[in-house]
Design a protein around this ligand. Structure first.
Ligand SMILES: Nc1ncnc2c1ncn2[C@@H]1O[C@H](COP(=O)(O)OP(=O)(O)O)[C@@H](O)[C@H]1O
Ligand SMILES: O=C(CO)[C@@H](O)[C@@H](O)COP(=O)(O)O
Length: 562
């Protein structure tokens, strides 16, 4: 039999990456990236459209289709693989990245009548403007003793589906009424390939309050949010929900032509970038925390039981791999914090030095920061540049750097920011272990482990755990391709289960990062101080971050608003 392939497409924050994978061993035969033409719309709608409020982050659905039409033919051509050898396709996506659609599955933003309405567009995972709604969901959920709250670590995030839907309801009622359904981006793109809408249990469970045994919360809960939301789940969130590894359908003739593939091949149900990475690192059993490290970090771990973990993003039965409860926690900004610092915090002499040496600025700062020992900078930071996802679940928190003097250097701040993100991860690990969810080892994937050795060593020293690194440079796409092979099935040349696929297709690198006992000891001391700051600013003792934010919002554009 000739070789068999599947295609995995990873829809990230800025671009979509298609990877052609050899099913025999998981080799990445060809890859192609299509940057989103509209990127992240944080200030304005396209073509000089209306200006957006702070904390908004939108995307253009057309950009997702461009990835299918541009990157898929490119990987086939580059590899010289005949379409008849490709047996399936699967995608993963950021989440909760959601959009309103009409009865035909068309995004409302494609309608001329709605193109200038911000709520018609895709709300990206990091759209943080639904915090008021999230606060109310948490208040009402707690008052009513709703079971979903425990599954979200005690707090439902403003990044998730119901908060975003409710924001649309509150701020553009006509558009809400017009929407036939609200869909995750991953399910929308999948539906474009198959011609039918199927929701995936991963985003339904982690983002939209759905539970495998109990379904969505009852209508009375939604009625308590607003009487007109009573039937929300039976109407605008309705639909068939399928588990990862199942097929959403088959590729339509029209899309096959546009993508250069054969019609009828299996299209896997949509999935989430971080979750799909877990089997792609080879992790299919409990005890190992997978960190998908990039713009943000998603932390994922499998367990035999459902437990309540403080501030986790969600626990879903079969949400990551079948047969286990999959837990998710996360930090809303990690690489994004370093990107901010590169742009706004590095002194001009270092920018010049990097140019002279012809090396990236990150590489120069990494080299200089690596010369310091733990504690030597005298600095400590709270990593909340994009709020705190876990364990505080509060997007209104902000970052802080403590201990600055006239002698403080850029590289010292850089190191401190790296350390702060590792302390943030340590908080998450502690929350899991305190709740009885075992973690003995860390497995990293995503862009950051390939980019910054110092960061990885700091993570090992601060968490005092060994970190293995996925062999694949495209773990989410590999995971999506693995699930596509399961959706295609053994008869077509794929795999019967994700476990069988992981055995053949996934692996970690030989090199791992081991904690150093001396450095770990110093960091243990500094972590105590981090924890004090964390609780002081994050748990209500001093709400200065929120006060400053509300003063900022009232004085927008130099005008004081009532
Ligand atoms: N050398 C580096 N050290 C630390 N962070 C880096 C480095 N180079 C790039 N980054 C950060 O990595 C992030 C991108 O990570 P990546 O995993 O490639 O993307 P994504 O999260 O969108 O999938 C950006 O936020 C960028 O600032
Ligand atoms: O929140 C999730 C998954 O639940 C991610 O999609 C989101 O953090 C975005 O991830 P990236 O940092 O773009 O890899």
């Amino acid at each position: 039999m000739s070789k068999r392939y599947t295609i995995g497409i990873d829809y990230g924050t800025e671009s979509g990456r298609a990877v052609l994978i050899d099913l025999a061993d998981g080799a990445e035969v060809a890859e192609h990236v299509t940057p989103y033409a509209h990127g992240v719309m944080a200030k304005q709608l396209p073509k000089g459209g209306v200006m957006l409020e702070p904390e908004w982050a939108l995307q253009h659905p057309r950009d997702y289709i461009d990835v299918l039409e541009q990157s898929v033919p490119k990987v086939l051509a580059e590899a010289g693989v005949h379409p008849s050898d490709v047996i399936g396709i699967g995608i993963d996506f950021t989440a909760c990245t959601m959009l309103p659609i009409d009865e035909d599955g068309e995004p409302l933003c494609f309608h001329t009548a709605f193109a200038n309405r911000p709520h018609a567009w895709v709300k990206l995972w990091k759209h943080h403007a639904a915090q008021d709604e999230a606060n109310e969901i948490n208040r009402i959920g707690a008052e009513r003793g709703e079971a979903f709250l425990q599954r979200y670590g005690g707090k439902y995030s403003s990044e998730w589906m119901i908060a975003k839907v409710w924001q649309i309801f509150n701020e553009d009622r006509q558009l809400f009424d017009e929407a036939d359904a609200f869909l995750e981006g991953t399910d929308w793109v999948t539906s474009q390939m198959t011609g039918t809408i199927v929701r995936n249990s991963c985003t339904a469970g982690y983002k939209a309050m759905w539970h495998k045994q109990d379904g969505y919360p009852e209508d009375v809960f939604f009625e308590a949010l607003h009487p007109d939301l009573k039937r929300l789940t039976a109407t605008k969130l309705r639909g068939d929900i399928r588990a990862p590894g199942e097929a959403a359908g088959n590729l339509t003739k029209e899309m096959a032509e546009r993508m250069g593939l054969l019609p009828g091949i299996a299209v896997a149900v949509g999935n989430v970038d971080a979750h799909v990475s877990v089997p792609a690192t080879g992790v299919v059993t409990p005890g190992k925390l997978v960190m998908a490290m990039g713009t943000s970090i998603c932390h994922l771990v499998l367990a035999e039981e459902e437990k309540e973990v403080e501030g986790m993003c969600g626990v879903v039965e079969d949400g990551i791999v079948p047969g286990y409860f999959g837990y998710e926690a996360g930090q809303s900004a990690v690489g994004d914090i370093f990107a901010w610092f590169m742009e706004h915090g590095v002194t001009s002499d270092l920018v010049e030095e990097a140019k002279q040496k012809n090396i990236p600025l990150h590489a120069l700062l990494e080299e200089k920061a690596a010369a310091y020992q733990p504690g030597e900078t005298g600095l400590l930071a709270l990593d909340w540049w994009n709020g705190n996802r876990s364990t505080l679940v509060d997007t209104n928190l902000s970052g802080i750097i403590l201990g600055m003097t006239l002698q403080t250097k850029s590289e010292e701040i850089y190191r401190t920011l790296l350390e702060a993100t590792a302390f943030g991860t340590k908080k998450i690990i502690e929350a899991f272990t305190k709740a009885g969810v075992e973690i003995n080892e860390l497995v990293a994937c995503g862009g950051l482990p390939q980019k910054n050795n110092l960061l990885m060593q700091i993570f090992a020293d601060i968490t005092n755990l060994e970190i293995k690194v996925a062999a694949s440079k495209q773990t989410p796409a590999l995971g999506a391709a693995m699930y596509a092979s399961v959706a295609a099935g053994e008869a077509a040349g794929g795999y019967a289960t994700i476990f069988a696929a992981a055995e053949k297709m996934a692996r970690v690198q030989e090199r791992s990062y081991k904690p150093n006992a001396e450095r770990a000891q110093v960091y243990k001391e500094i972590y105590k101080e981090y924890s004090k700051l964390h609780d002081y600013f994050g748990k209500g003792e001093n709400d200065v971050m929120k006060t400053l934010r509300s003063v900022r919002d009232k004085t927008k554009g130099g005008v004081v608003h009532a």
